[in-house]
Design a protein. Sequence first.
Length: 116
Amino acid sequence: MFDFYFRVYNKLIKDIKIPFKLEGGNRIDDTPVHKVLREALANCLVNADFYVGRGIVVRKNQESIVIENPGYVRIEKRQMLKGVISDPRNKTLMKMFNMIGIGERAGSGVPYIFSV
């Protein structure tokens, strides 16, 4: 799963422009877009229903990036956009991503994605 995540993430960020930014003498190569892509991809995986007959779909073009997973949304869209509830389908996978610093626990990922 991690191999898939990092392979897809690296392809997604390949063409993203990174402004020059220094913090404490170190160059910062992380932007809000990078953070959103990490969150969206992790969110897609931890909420996927892997028992459904299709897989994860990631499409990138000049105008947009679309990340889709199989299965239905388990909470109401309004609550999801507010960040009120976190109900991951694959809780263990979510814990694994959190252990390596990827993803949010509090249900704040979707509002953050739509804010950038």
